[in-house]
Design a protein around this ligand. Structure first.
Ligand SMILES: NC(=O)c1ccc[n+]([C@@H]2O[C@H](COP(=O)([O-])OP(=O)(O)OC[C@H]3O[C@@H](n4cnc5c(N)ncnc54)[C@H](OP(=O)(O)O)[C@@H]3O)[C@@H](O)[C@H]2O)c1
Length: 349
């Protein structure tokens, strides 16, 4: 493991140069890896593992669109595709990639097949960190490990096919066999990670829940909506408001920020934009910091986890969710966005 300097702070990372695919294949040559669940993360990880030459099978409940998708992706029923319990039985490593709510309901079945020496693998620290709430308490004689790709399963697969890799974090909750470290790093390389950085289950879930509620999804939509509304209230048209709020950000600025950083962006914009951005960013930081503090303490107290367990296990969950998603879909801002996207030259002749 190499030490890397992140802005003055040293952290452990594992790169593909240091732990090449051949070493990962050698490490896992006697293992049967069962990927349980063929939702979003399941396909990305299972297909990358398969294409990387590992011995991998998929466990998925039958009579479901996900089963059909697995068949369409080339998994063969009875050979590489099984019902969940059968896959657990065959596996030496169980990659538990059901939805977080699904993991709670299938747990008694998975637990039954966690015989000594097997490994239980997660892509989220949720189930184990909040074990009093989820009831997922792994037996002491199995390895409990985590690789959490920092992005969607769709991106994991897409980037793999492009010869790139998505960064992942990895963690060990329990090392029963003395092999947990090699197993987790080999799996991280096998699923197509670019590099792996070290974390714990708890830090993974706290940062993940904060990030998705914060700048990755919750806060960003909140800031978009606030700016859009102010522009509209002041007489700007939907296309102008959308372009100045979202389109310019996603199409022009963010790709440059991804390449060079926001510091570069600030140094390479007009002097007018530069003056304004320098003057205003700290006001936005100060205005939102209390909300982020509240968010983090709700996550750390387990309240966010409980809210999601409670709401996702209600029978009318889907209906309520669809109502909330419709509100967003039907908002003027995102309807204007659909038109703006349609007008992009690549979609318009
Ligand atoms: N989404 C991502 O890209 C992403 C990124 C990083 C980490 N993760 C983590 O990866 C794990 C999987 O997430 P995901 O987004 O891929 O989940 P998802 O798409 O919601 O996964 C759904 C899978 O779980 C199965 N499932 C749900 N409830 C079930 C139940 N009660 N019994 C049996 N099967 C059930 C579904 O089967 P059916 O189709 O038959 O319902 C499907 O195969 C989670 O821990 C998540 O936090 C996800």
């Amino acid at each position: 493991m190499a030490k890397m300097n992140f802005g003055g702070v040293e952290e452990n990372v594992v790169t593909r140069e240091e732990f090449p695919l051949a070493k990962a294949q050698e490490t896992l040559k006697d293992e049967t890896i069962a990927v349980l669940g063929y939702g979003v993360q399941g396909p990305g990880q299972a297909l990358n593992l398969r294409d990387n030459g590992f011995n991998v099978i998929v466990g998925q409940r039958k009579n479901s669109k996900s089963w059909d998708k697995a068949v369409a992706d080339g998994w063969v029923p009875g050979e590489t595709l099984f019902e969940l319990e059968e896959a657990c039985e065959k596996a030496t490593i169980i990659q538990y990639l059901l939805s977080d709510a699904g993991q709670i309901s299938l747990w008694p079945t998975v637990k039954k097949h966690l015989t000594p020496g097997k490994a239980l693998y997660f892509s989220h620290g949720f189930a184990v960190t909040y074990k009093e709430r989820t009831g997922i308490i792994p037996p002491e004689d199995v390895d409990v490990i985590l690789v959490a790709p920092k992005g969607s399963g769709t991106s994991l697969r897409r980037m793999f096919l492009e010869g790139r890799g998505l960064n992942s974090s990895f963690a060990i909750f329990q090392d029963a066999t003395g092999k947990a470290k090699d197993r987790v790093v080999a799996l991280g390389i096998g699923v197509g990670s670019g590099y792996l950085f070290e974390t714990t289950f708890k830090r993974e879930v706290y940062s993940d829940l904060t990030g998705e509620r914060g700048t990755l999804m919750g806060a960003i939509q909140g800031i978009f909506a606030a700016q859009y509304e102010v522009l509209r209230k002041n007489g700007h048209t939907p296309s102008e408001a959308f372009n100045e709020t979202v389109e310019e950000l996603t199409q022009s600025l963010m790709p440059l920020v991804a390449e060079n950083g926001m510091d570069w962006m600030y140094a390479n914009c007009s002097t007018t934009a530069q003056r304004g951005a320098l003057d205003w960013w700290k006001k936005f930081r100060d205005a939102t910091q209390p909300v982020f503090e509240e968010l983090y303490s709700e996550v750390a107290a387990g309240n966010e986890a409980q809210r999601s367990i409670d709401s996702n296990s209600k029978s009318d969950y889907r209906v309520k969710l669809e109502g909330e998603l419709k509100e967003l879909h039907d908002s003027e801002m995102w309807k204007a966005g659909a038109t703006v996207r349609q007008l992009r030259p690549e979609n318009n002749g």
